[in-house]
Write a protein that binds this ligand. Structure first.
Ligand code: DLZ
Length: 219
């Protein structure tokens, strides 16, 4: 047992080498998102998930996450493969500097920030396993403003992601930061001054591997 009160504590490590993991991230608040995505990828790879079995996609904002996760999983189930030429599973993300033919075409322009490429992102899933995703990580960062917008979106996305995982049976890791201030976001993305806080994306990567492995046992 860990001596700290909060957090995951000391977790058993799981072998992710047979898993296929999806990540869908929002592009709003891209500095936070890039760091969180990096953290997630870091632990996925450290747990043995093969880079070619990690598929990363983006959507404009957090509100779009539930539908994107649902479609990403369904496409992997139905086709059992990476679709050539524009299917949801085959499209590259903005953050990866690839084409933006899929969910990113839902009405938003490619923002300047979306051109950022997180340092540790090297590949996406083309050429990897053809199996349906074992787990999908949804990453977003909502920052409270002066209207009720934050409350409505936080609630809708939380409920939507839970619904997707219960309806599809695929574990959906809740990588949505619901932040009262930007500072809270920097801390949770490991970008605080002095870099003392840990990157929550790392926990999300571990959770995806643990759930992916356990789900295979659940049948
Ligand atoms: C519109 C909006 C605002 C104001 N703030 C955020 C935010 O902090 N984080 C985020 O992920 N998305 C934000 N969005 C965009 C919405 O999630 C959504 O993309 C748009 O309302 C279009 O459906």
């Amino acid at each position: 047992m860990s001596s700290t009160l909060k957090g995951l504590g000391e977790a058993k490590t799981y072998d992710g080498s047979a898993l296929r993991i999806g990540i869908v991230h929002a592009r709003w608040n891209s500095t936070l998102i890039a760091a969180l995505l990096d953290g997630t990828l870091k632990t996925l790879k450290a747990s043995g998930v093969k880079p070619e079995n990690i598929v990363v996609q983006s959507v404009p904002g957090s509100y779009e996450l539930p539908l994107a996760v649902q479609r990403m999983y369904q496409a992997s189930q139905q086709q059992n493969s990476v679709l050539p030429g524009g299917g949801l599973v085959s499209a590259a993300t903005d953050l990866l500097g690839g084409s933006t033919t899929d969910l990113t075409a839902m009405g938003s322009k490619t923002s300047e920030s979306a051109q950022q490429k997180p340092a540790s992102v090297e590949v996406e899933g083309n050429g990897g396993s053809k199996q349906p995703f074992d787990a999908i990580v949804a990453i977003g960062a909502l920052i409270k403003g002066s209207t009720m917008h934050f409350e409505y979106i936080s609630d809708a996305v939380s409920q939507g992601l839970m619904r997707v995982q219960l309806e599809t049976g695929v574990p959906v890791v809740f990588g949505l930061l619901t932040l009262l201030t930007e500072e809270q976001g920097l801390e949770r993305a490991g970008l605080d001054e002095g870099r003392k806080m840990h990157n929550h994306g790392e926990d999300w990567g571990s959770a995806a591997v643990e759930l992916g492995v356990k789900r295979r046992g659940w049948g």
